[in-house]
Design a protein around this ligand. Structure first.
Ligand code: IMP
Ligand code: MG
Length: 175
């Protein structure tokens, strides 16, 4: 496996899109307190960049989920770490790196919904709608991409490449 020569999404394009998302989110929340919940580890850079563009009363925490691909590839998702900040009665923005099958986001949204937030919204930097198995839509989506495996800007392949400042396609080696 190797990285595409050119990024699929360069760092300037990422920064520009995040600024637009932040403006949209700020306008929708018109100064009300907002609790950001980033999904570790992939959404770490996105969360860090987005939060610094949000004005007003902002609280930050993280969740962690693991998907276990069983032999039957059921793709069961279990929560690994839950936020410590107050969720009940708060306006929550869940921050995801990518929406793929939708399993991870739907499990985390369910867990958070059970804690009775006032509002619960989802922002995903990347959306791969072609791969969706569970119906879940982002309230705010950065980029819609095709059915490619991408890495960089938080996204990994076996824990590698998260540190890259841009997003690349992971390509098969030529035979
Ligand atoms: P889902 O549960 O299938 O929607 O996928 C959620 C998780 O799978 C993401 O949070 C990523 O960690 C991982 N994932 C899905 N597609 C990609 C990709 O193209 N590159 C890297 N990780 C991915
Ligand atoms: Mg991953």
């Amino acid at each position: 496996m190797k990285l595409s020569k050119e990024p699929l999404i360069g760092k300037e394009a990422i920064a520009e899109r995040i600024a637009a998302l932040a403006a949209e989110i700020a306008a929708d929340h018109s100064g009300a307190p907002l609790t950001l919940i980033g999904v570790l580890k992939g959404a770490l850079p996105f969360t860090a960049d987005l939060m610094r563009l949000l004005p007003g009363d902002v609280t930050l925490d993280f969740v962690r989920a693991r998907s276990y691909e069983g032999a039957a590839s059921s793709g069961r998702v279990l929560m690994h770490y839950m936020p410590e900040v107050e969720i009940r009665g708060r306006n929550i923005l869940l921050i995801e790196d990518i929406l793929d099958t939708g399993r991870t986001a739907s499990v985390i949204l369910g867990e958070l919904r059970a804690l009775e937030p006032a509002q619960l919204h989802l922002v995903a930097l990347l959306d791969k709608p072609a791969r969706r198995v569970i119906r879940v839509e982002a309230d705010y989506a950065g980029f819609t991409i095709g059915d490619d495996f991408v890495v960089g800007y938080g996204l990994d392949y076996s824990e590698r490449y998260r540190h890259l400042p841009a997003i690349y396609v992971l390509e098969e080696d030529a035979p």
